[in-house]
Design a protein around this ligand. Sequence first.
Ligand code: HEM
Length: 137
Amino acid sequence: MLSAPSEASPAASAPSPFERLGGAPVFEAIAARFYDLMDTDPAYARLRAMHAADLARVRASLPRFLAGWAGGPRDWFEENPGRCMMSLHSAMPIDAETAGQWAEAMERAIADVAPQPSLIAASMSDTLARLARGMAR
Ligand code: HEM
């Protein structure tokens, strides 16, 4: 038997972190700030050097990945079936320094965009920084 709407679990109807943080414009702003920092701040020079000269592809891809990861539209995942972020990066020579640069640039990007609610933004910032540091070998 189908559940009546009132019996639906709260989790099924709760807005996702993606929605609560402001949706696509906020995720686009975070990714844009992240790559601007990486591209211009010498503190991220080693991380920048690992990327292609033209950042257009990752600038388009990261906000769409983050959107799906945070419970929003899953276009990136549908276009990349079975593609896993950890295995995608496992072929890259990521060490503690470059992982730390990624983590710090992302923490700064989220702090600069300052989405609300700030507790959810802080939680996303911490999780992404830990994910990045976990990619170091
Ligand atoms: C730990 C440090 C990391 C380094 C050094 C790194 C480096 C890279 C590099 C070199 C690329 C290919 C870029 C190009 O072709 O120019 C890439 C792609 C990408 N990275 Fe990372 N990355 C890191 C962590 C992360 C994390 C934590 C995430 C997300 C949670 C992430 C998300 C992505 C995405 C979405 C792409 C594009 C994938 C695609 O659509 O093809 N990266 N990364």
